[in-house]
Write a new protein. Sequence first.
Length: 162
Amino acid sequence: MGVYQCPYPSAGTTNRLSQIRLVPDGEEVSYFSDRISSLSPKFVEIYNQAEKAEQWGLSEICGMGYRKALEFLVKDFAILMSPESEETIKTKQLSPCINDYIDNKRIKALAKASAWIGNDETHYTRKHESYTTDDLKSFITAMVTFIDSELAFMDAEQFLRK
């Protein structure tokens, strides 16, 4: 798909469109397991939208999308692990939610690091200039892997109790 511009007609010009750039037309988005998709469908939707924004060259907004996706995944996982605190988790800021409701040390470290980088994507001043959106995506991907593993482990435990 292309993005075109039509200059305002003035004396001596024609109304020709000029191509500014080409943008991807495909649906190249990450696949997430059924467990992750079931746990946090909004995470999958937002993450995939952030990927599309990045593919379209919208580098100044895709990081905010990844950060928002992170919040949905973390909070949905926290609610799964602490259903009695669902309302508190929904309204709590992300960092305290990670600190208070995520017990797995790997998931906690990845979530914190992702939140810090994601916050840099939303604020005027960056605190962690050597980390980029690529690092944010890498940490989120690793966190998804550990959450998916945790969900599979919970399924296995439930199966063995039958």
